[in-house]
Each structure stands twice: as C-alpha cells, then as structure tokens.
Design a protein around this ligand. Structure first.
Ligand code: 16G
Length: 165
C-alpha cells in the first residue's frame, strides 16, 4: 500500500501520478526506441545493443519472473526519462528466503529535481517487501549514499567486492 510508505514527497507525487505528462510503468520492448539506452548511458557504459540482443534479454528476464524493470516515460515526447530494476534472488538460507537487489537506477539529466529517482526506488523497495524479501540491497557511488539513506537504506558492515573482466 503506497500510502503506508515512510518516504514523503513534496510536492506530492505517486506511482499513479508521477508528474505532469509523466507515466510510471513496466519496461516495454519498444522502449529501446524510446531512448532507454540514452538514459542508461548516464549511469555507466550502456553499450551498443541490437534489437535482437535487447529482445532476447527482455524475454529471458520476463521468463524468470524475477526481474521488475520500471520506467518513467515523458508522454509529451515519447521518451524514457528514468528507469530502475528490482531483481529477486533466491537463497537457501533464512528458510529459502528471497532477497531483493536494486540495480540500474538512472534519471535523465533533463528530468532531475522531480523526485523521480526517489519515486522509483521507493516503489521497488515497497514491492520487494510485498514479495516477501527478507532484505533488499544495492551498490551505489559514494555521492549517492545520502540519497539512499533517506529511503531507508543504511551502509552495510559487509564489504562490496568484485572481479572485473
Ligand atoms: C551503480 C548501480 C548499479 C550499476 C553500476 C554500474 C544502482 C543502485 N547501482 O552501482 O546497478 O551496475 O552503478 O557500474 O543503480 P559499473 O559499470 O561499474 O557496473
């Protein structure tokens, strides 16, 4: 239930009313042609992806049932202006529990200051709770720590480690 969310928005926006001419909805296949990669490239190397590569990934994600990718579209221009995804991971521990991960949170620079990042993360966090995840985690740049703290996330005692290929 959105109204029970602890996060407050000023001015008031919600998943059903994200702002003037904006719509929050699940990712569509056709969003590849609505500037999705232009937005993603503001986060990191988004890469050059063919329609077929995108479709194959999209279908795979859909089939697993564990990916919830949401976008905000500016319907005035038919362009994606923000995106984020929730991935559900299945664990043996905690009684075969589920854990959520937030990934690829990006708001286009043309749409900053409209609380869209906050809205997307709040929606996915609430969704993970509804899906009975025992926790939800994310990795972020140091400069975004304060942003995520306001959404109920706290830095972990665990160290984030990686191998890059
Ligand atoms: C951020 C993103 C992560 C993404 C990474 C890209 C969030 C919460 N985190 O950590 O999803 O994978 O940036 O960096 O959006 P990379 O190109 O080094 O993987």
């Amino acid at each position: 239930d959105w109204s029970s969310s602890v996060v407050s928005f000023s001015p008031s926006i919600s998943p059903l009313n994200p702002g003037d001419s904006l719509v929050l909805r699940p990712l569509h296949l056709a969003d590849l042609d609505r500037g999705l990669y232009k937005v993603l490239s503001q986060l990191t190397v988004a890469g050059d992806v063919t329609k077929e590569q995108f479709r194959a990934n999209f279908e795979h994600m859909k089939k697993t049932g564990d990916y919830y990718v949401i976008v905000v579209e500016d319907t005035n221009v038919g362009q994606i202006v923000a995106t984020a995804m929730l991935i559900i991971e299945h664990k043996f521990i905690h009684g075969c529990a589920k854990r959520g991960r937030v990934e690829e949170v990006v708001v286009s620079d043309v749409c900053r200051g409209k609380q869209l990042g906050k809205l997307l993360v709040a929606v996915l966090t609430l969704l993970s709770k509804k899906l009975q995840c025992y926790k939800i985690t994310l990795e972020c740049a140091q400069k975004n720590v304060e942003f995520y703290k306001k959404l109920g996330y706290t830095p972990s005692d665990e160290t984030y480690m990686q191998c890059r290929f």
